[in-house]
Write a protein that binds this ligand. Sequence first.
Ligand code: NAP
Length: 215
Amino acid sequence: MISFNRNETGGPRKIGLMGGTFDPIHVGHLVTAEEARQQFDLHCVVFVPTGIPPHKKEEAVTHPEHRYLMTSLAVMSNPSFFVSRLEIDRSEPSFTIDTVNHFFRSEDPDPELYFITGADAILEIFTWKDYEELLSRCTFIAVSRPGYSLDRFRGTLRHTCPDLLDKVHLLEIPALAVSSTFIRERVALGKTIKYLTPEPVEQYIKKHSLYRTDI
Ligand code: NAP
């Protein structure tokens, strides 16, 4: 359970919730969280690795404990970053609405929540559990990689989920040219991942032989 000290002014805190699989976490995620923290004047950013993603097969992702530990190693040096076990400790599929409600109720006065995740994931939000309640609870920060068409994103959103247009901020992060898929593929090919993820994460991947296809 993470507890945050109260705001000096007693006002609501602005908390970023960084949702993702983080399989593995990489520099693009860290740059994203820091950029969002600064742009939106967030008190802190809590990384929330997914547990059993409702939309993915369990075996398709690395064990939640590995992903949680890698995320913890990656954020260790930033005093504004935290990691939550909330989703990985759930035995049933984890839905964002349950996570957001947990954080919403954890502070008095109610915090201002910013849910940060990939733009592609946000385009599917109308399929998420209780998405209308979710929209009333938090602001969304949709993060995109270089080359991603923000015009297309807005167009798709207008078509699929117009309610979200006022609630979503777009953030293009050049460092997101790195992706978790890219890292997994490089490890599988025996290629170096130095500087693509913090060194402790690189060492963890090596030690536990994650993403190798030859063993
Ligand atoms: P994902 O498979 O981890 O990622 C989808 C895409 O977004 C990937 O390109 C990924 O890049 C990027 N991405 C993911 N998290 C990011 C972040 N925090 N910052 C920047 N880029 C990010 O994501 P997902 O499984 O679709 O889920 C994303 C979030 O949405 C999770 O928190 C999940 O719980 C939530 N979600 C909730 C529901 C629901 O409540 N029903 C349904 C779907 C998703 P990398 O591979 O490089 O990370």
